[in-house]
Design a protein around this ligand. Structure first.
Ligand SMILES: [Zn+2]
Length: 560
């Protein structure tokens, strides 16, 4: 039991009163206290204390309320309720139950993360419960269950900071449960076992004609059901008697169970008959007490089927909230292609940047809070939307903008600046001077990126943080470079980042989001970094140290 101190109750009550013209609202204050750790079971115990506090707050002037709140406002935890997310229909504080249902065919990518983060936001908003249900009842050759993905999915969800019920549910553990309900419905005449070939059935469905299996008596259906366990794959299915006259042919007598000899990574060949997702959810949303389901707008049919099943049992249906698909401009995600390429060794692993998996974003230096804010900003829309990946980068930049800056020179080219004094220069690790300085000794020789080197024209340039020089182009390649000044001159110059030409520089490998690799040298100071540190390479972008070997440092690129 969490004991909420009276000062905390006072803080939330004052905050609420100030927001609403001096009068408190008990419900709203309670909602605040949930985010301070109050549990549903303790509401009763806290009510007398709360009533006292509310009376006290209501009896003082608005002026006094503000004064008191200044002393206590630090006790109000940052509100978990986010702006921009509309309320759930028919949601009651403390009673919302939602579910995340990944199909374990690979790690989660940013697209899957959207639904999960929204689920998390809502269950936090209503102090509800969020379930993690591995939707692993069936796989096929085309859509395989990848055993590793169970762990990868959990890792991704944990990294996002999603709070869910600790007991993870695996649908593959529940197959026999689905059989029980199937038998009940077969006996009551709501399901039938169909021997008809798929093509013939398709034709009948379009014409709205019932097949001969449909009206066999329940005893016969049960006999067929038992036969089904030893029947050939594809030879029998269990269908739901919706209506062969339904206006939508797709809704007519849908398949609820089929035979599969697919070797399941968890249950192996223990089961051969698998329920459809519609059937399993029709049952499970009731058993788990799910109150609200976030669904894609391509799932209207699925909801209708699930509701149909629950209506047979007389169960309540959860509220469905539809969310359109989200395309992220500038990136290409294909989970199945990604998996193929990992298996073929074309991608380096589940965290290869080209997969856009959460692991890959983590390893590039994208912060989970940036992903969360990106998703919340998109909100819930029942149309398909497109968002530029730049919006995510912008949010991430705000979080990591104060990391130290270092120099990385891609394909370094040596230059000599005539007349340049030997210098020992203090360069701030960040322009806001919050991180101290590094000291760099230089001679007349420097290394600059090949790209800058090739473009040197007849004009002045500035080596960033160091000096201004003149470039005098003679013919196509040779140039004469000469020192002008240490102090910046008034003219607007093109900056070039650089390294002192010393043997101390460190070899750098930089993996880009498109899988390409950039190579070059970095300053000696980089040696101090630890794997997982995020820094900025000046004029290149934000990067995260991925691997450290004797020969080189490997960074992954986040964004510029
Ligand atoms: Zn049939």
């Amino acid at each position: 039991m969490v004991d909420i101190p009276i000062e905390t109750i006072m803080a939330y009550a004052l905050e609420n009163a100030i927001k609403y013209n001096g009068k408190t609202n008990q419900k709203a204050v309670l909602a605040g206290l949930f985010s301070a750790g109050l549990e549903k079971s303790e509401i009763k115990n806290i009510i007398p204390k709360l009533t006292d506090v509310l009376n006290k707050v209501n009896s003082i002037t608005a002026e006094e309320q503000k004064k008191e709140f200044e002393k206590l406002n630090f006790l109000c935890s940052k509100r978990e309720i986010r702006e921009g997310l509309k309320e759930l229909p028919n949601a009651r504080m403390g009673e919302v139950v939602m579910r995340m249902a990944p199909f374990p065919s690979g790690p989660l990518h940013i697209g899957n993360a959207r639904t999960f983060i929204l689920n998390d936001e809502y269950t936090k908003m209503y102090n509800g419960k969020l379930l993690l249900v591995m939707d692993d009842t069936i796989g096929s050759e085309a859509k395989r269950i990848e055993p590793e993905s169970y762990g990868l999915i959990k890792e991704g969800i944990d990294w996002l900071g999603i709070k869910y019920d600790k007991k993870i549910i695996y649908k593959s553990d529940r197959i026999e449960k689905y059989y029980e309900y199937a038998e009940e419905l077969l006996k009551k005449g709501y399901l039938y076992v169909c021997h008809c070939e798929q093509e013939k059935m398709h034709e009948l469905k379009i014409k709205g004609i019932e097949c001969s299996c449909r009206n066999l008596p329940p005893e016969k259906q049960m006999e067929r059901w038992k036969e089904m366990f030893n029947a050939k794959m594809g030879s029998m299915t269990v269908r739901l008697k919706t209506s062969m006259q339904d206006s939508d042919p797709a809704f007519r007598d849908r398949v609820m169970f089929k035979i599969s000899d697919f070797l399941h990574p968890k249950t192996k060949n223990k089961f051969r008959i698998y329920p459809s997702m519609e059937f399993s959810w029709g049952i499970d949303d009731h058993i788990f007490g799910v109150t609200h389901v976030l669904r894609g707008t391509d799932h209207y049919m699925s909801t209708r089927v699930q509701d149909f099943i629950r209506n047979i049992f007389g169960w309540e249906n959860p509220e469905s909230i539809y969310n359109g698909a989200c395309k992220i401009e500038g990136i290409k995600i294909s989970k199945s292609k990604g998996t193929q390429k990992i298996k073929a060794g074309i991608y380096t692993g589940w965290n290869d940047p080209r997969t856009w998996s959460l692991q890959s974003l983590r390893d590039r230096g994208i912060e989970p809070e940036a992903i969360r804010q990106f998703i919340i900003d998109l909100g819930i829309k029942n149309t398909n939307i497109t968002a530029p990946v730049e919006a995510l980068y912008l949010l991430n930049r705000k979080i990591i903008e104060n990391v130290p800056r270092y120099s990385f020179v891609e394909n370094p080219q040596k230059i000599t600046i005539k007349g340049c004094p030997y210098l020992e220069t203090k360069i701030p690790l960040h322009p806001n001077n919050s991180l101290g300085n590094k000291t760099i000794k230089t001679t007349q020789e420097f290394l600059i990126p090949e790209l800058d080197f090739d473009l040197l024209e007849n004009q002045n340039y500035r080596l960033i943080h160091l000096l201004t020089f003149n470039s005098n182009r003679i013919g196509i390649r040779p140039r004469e470079l000469s020192f002008i000044s240490e102090e910046p001159t008034n003219e607007k110059l093109k900056f070039i980042h650089w390294l002192p030409a010393t043997p101390d520089n460190i070899k750098i490998k930089l993996l880009m989001p498109d899988g390409k690799i950039k190579r070059g040298l970095g300053e000696f100071e980089l040696e101090k970094l630890k794997v997982g540190d995020t820094i900025q390479f000046e004029r290149v972008g934000f990067v995260k140290l991925h691997k450290k070997t004797k020969e080189e440092l490997e960074f992954w690129f986040a964004h510029n």
